[in-house]
Design a protein around this ligand. Structure first.
Ligand SMILES: *Cc1c(COP(=O)(O)O)cnc(C)c1O
Length: 397
């Protein structure tokens, strides 16, 4: 038996893309698709944004990589921008979301050891997604993703998402807790938006117990929810923030930002990575941040997101197979009453890229922040019609 050259880790659709421009992406046969997924919340500025293209090509022609054994001025500049945007004190750069979260998990453990706790434990959530490395997989709340990879990393306790009382019960019983790690909106878990004051309550609990509040903004960061970071809807500051996905519009980079005590825990030799924060990735991220600010894209994402959710509610809200339509900025979920994973394939046929998550029940749209109202209307109409037809056929079948 001959094996395929790629390991069998993805269910891929049978389409290959060769170029993109703005919200549009073109396959190898020249067909055009409206990219309402942005490579899973990565290409927030759309494809081939001139500012990003210029930053990457200029930097590539000068210096791509030099190692963290040396000073990297672009990395320092990026840290300055991100700390100013986030209210954090400093930054560690990695190459992905999972690695940014690994840094956060290691910070929490060091924080615990510094307080004399030998088995520091982090509270994580049901349905959470934090990545695929062993520690982040252990923090992830999805048994199917963990199965077969045991033994998992210990030092996590799990509670239901958006349930403050459950955390208070753990606090009363477990003296080893040092941190809470949580997504401000659960993305992979199915676009779950917690109560408006959830993060404020978590901030208060962490203050009360001297725990670190660690927010996984890998998906929600970089303008996605209508603020640069989602916690900025709540007027709180976490102790640790991680981000990645939209940070450099597709050039791999992750960041772990920290404040106060958490910002002082790493010392030379305690953490590191070869590529993290290299000149190329930092140049791309700086161009993204400048563009988000120059084009006022956080506010645009906020307003367009509200419009999109309103329109979906008008078009689909009274349909019996729709359980809920929800969104925060341009992170939008349409929850169905039954699984509808085929919808991603059917949408592709109609010329729209989106995906279905949350156990196959939540149609997820993560359009680029640069999407215009006309493009949004096209997306809304195509996806609404598709769901109506699909649900109708399913029900009469
Ligand atoms: C995608 C994602 C990750 C993992 O990021 P990778 O770059 O795939 O390692 C972690 N946390 C959240 C919330 C994510 O959405």
């Amino acid at each position: 038996m001959s094996l395929q050259p790629l390991m069998n880790t993805y269910n891929r659709l049978s389409v290959a893309f060769e170029r993109g421009e703005g919200v549009w992406i073109y396959d190898t046969d020249g067909n055009r698709y409206l990219d309402a997924l942005s490579g899973i919340a990565v290409t927030g500025l759309g494809h081939a944004h001139p500012a990003v293209t210029r930053a990457i090509s200029d930097q590539a022609s000068r210096l791509i990589h030099c190692s963290n054994l040396y000073t990297i001025p672009l990395q320092t500049q990026l840290a300055e921008k991100l700390t100013a945007l986030s209210g954090m004190d400093n930054a560690f750069f990695a190459n992905s979301g999972a690695e940014a979260n690994e840094a956060a998990i290691k910070l929490a453990r060091r924080y615990g050891h510094q307080k004399g706790i030998d088995t520091p434990t982090i509270i994580v959530m049901e349905n959470a997604f934090h990545g695929r490395t062993l520690a982040t997989l252990s923090a992830t709340g999805n048994r199917a993703a963990q199965a077969g990879f045991e033994p998992l990393v210990s030092g996590f306790v799990r509670v239901p998402y958006d349930d403050v009382e459950a955390i208070r019960q753990v606090a009363a019983k477990n003296p080893n807790i040092v941190a809470i790690l949580v997504e401000p909106v659960q993305g992979e878990g199915g676009v779950h938006i917690p109560a408006a004051d959830y993060l404020n309550q978590l901030r208060a609990i962490c203050d009360e117990h001297d725990w670190l509040l660690m927010l996984d903004e890998v998906q929600t960061g970089n303008g996605r929810t209508g603020r640069y970071f989602a916690y900025q809807h709540n007027n709180i500051l976490p102790d640790v923030v991680t981000t990645a996905k939209g940070l450099a519009n597709g050039v791999p980079i992750g960041a772990c930002l920290a404040r106060g005590e958490a910002a002082k825990l790493f010392t030379p030799g305690t953490h590191g990575t070869t590529y993290g924060g290299n000149p190329l990735a930092c140049a791309a991220a700086l161009a993204v941040i400048d563009t988000i600010s120059a084009e006022n894209l956080c506010q645009h994402a906020d307003e367009l997101g509200q419009y999109i959710v309103e329109q979906f509610r008008i078009q689909l809200g009274d349909q019996p197979y729709i359980r809920e339509i929800r969104g925060k900025g341009l992170m939008i979920g349409i929850e169905l009453t039954e699984a509808g994973s085929e919808l991603a394939v059917l949408a592709k046929v109609k010329g729209v890229l989106m995906n279905v998550t949350g156990a196959g029940r939540v149609v997820r749209l993560l359009p680029p922040l640069i999407m215009s109202k006309n493009e949004a209307d096209l997306m809304i109409n195509t996806v609404s019609q598709l769901i109506r037809v699909y649900a109708g056929e399913e029900r009469s079948a």
